[in-house]
Design a protein around this ligand. Structure first.
Ligand SMILES: [Zn+2]
Length: 323
């Protein structure tokens, strides 16, 4: 058999497999092949699916952020839906193993693809977000979805950017069964970051305002606003904090760690700009031990150089020019 014929047969097999994938109805079982979601109970009625402390990859299928749910006598409240339709379906299957209560409300913390692209699996439920999050998903959601297809592959099949269809009520506390939730509008990690504070259990779902043992991501960050949010959040009387990435922890440790990292990051950039360092030079500076130990370093640090350093460098050059 010629090499070319063999290649053609392999190709035909591949196409056949893809076609099969297309015609198998998407079910919780199909989702199981990609996502093994085991809910971890963090408080009464409160569960978290912990994401991998990694970058997006074909191996983790994009499941790198934390999602969660609260079981009440008036239905289940879901916080974030993960990176794909299949992830969202796996969430629903895992929730159904915990409770017979139906999912009645979804909250989306912010418009990053690892947090909302599971919305496809919750289209029968109100999906609420802050107004700016909703408009960002409407505008750039399709691009974020196709980008994630490139990064994680077939686990994304059937995933589209479903736009939230409800507004998060940040004026009044909302009640589900005996759980009283405060929806907190914040900003800093992105232009609009929603936190969900359950006053009944003291659990604060902080979204990506808090990263824990994982380097914070900064593509849409306003660092000064982020620090303000972190300081205000430390003042809140929460007991347990669920960060957007990393282990759940009692107290404010994850907030403090995120703030310390951002302070170090910005001070380093400002010092480097003052001595005229190029972005390429800053990118390959060795990280102090404390920060080198975080998950996804030094990659995330280097991404932050590309996000944040150019404007800091420009400002330093302009200051020099006026001397
Ligand atoms: Zn995230």
């Amino acid at each position: 058999m010629s090499v070319r014929m063999r290649a053609r047969q392999v190709w035909r097999l591949l196409i056949g497999a893809a076609a099969l994938g297309l015609f198998v109805p998407v079910s919780a079982n199909a989702a199981d092949g990609y996502y093994e979601l085991v809910p971890e109970q963090v408080a009464d009625d409160t569960y978290v699916f912990l994401g991998a402390q990694e970058n997006f990859s074909f191996d983790n299928h994009g499941a790198i952020s934390n999602t969660g749910f609260i079981v009440t006598d008036n239905g289940v409240v879901v916080i974030d839906t993960g990176p794909s339709r299949l992830y969202g379906e796996a969430m629903r299957a895992a929730i159904a193993d915990v409770t017979d209560q139906p999912v009645v409300q979804v909250y989306i913390t912010h418009a990053h693809p690892d947090h909302f692209l599971g919305n496809n699996a919750f289209e029968d439920v109100p999906i609420a977000a802050l107004a700016e999050t909703t408009s960002a998903i409407r505008e750039i959601g399709p691009d974020l979805a196709s980008n994630l297809y490139n990064l994680v592959g077939s686990a994304m099949r059937g995933t589209t950017a479903v736009v939230p269809d409800a507004a998060a009520d940040t004026e009044n506390r909302v009640t589900f069964g005996d759980h009283e939730l405060e929806l907190v509008a914040a900003r800093g990690h992105t232009a609009s970051d929603l936190m969900v504070f359950d006053h009944s259990t003291g659990v604060l779902f902080a979204g990506d305002i808090a990263f824990h043992d994982r380097a914070p991501t900064t593509p849409n960050a306003d660092i000064a606003a982020w620090h303000e949010t972190l300081a205000a959040t430390q003042q809140r009387n929460f007991k347990t904090l669920v960060p957007g990435h990393g282990p759940v922890v009692d107290g404010g440790e994850a907030l403090a760690q995120t703030g310390d990292y951002l302070t170090w990051l910005l001070q380093g950039f400002e010092q480097a700009a003052a001595r005229g360092a190029s972005a390429a030079e800053v990118m390959f500076l060795p990280l102090p031990e404390r920060w080198a130990a975080l998950a996804v370093e030094p990659g995330e640090y280097r991404r932050s150089v590309s996000h944040l350093y150019p404007s800091i460098e420009r400002a330093a050059l302009e200051r020099d020019g006026t001397r």
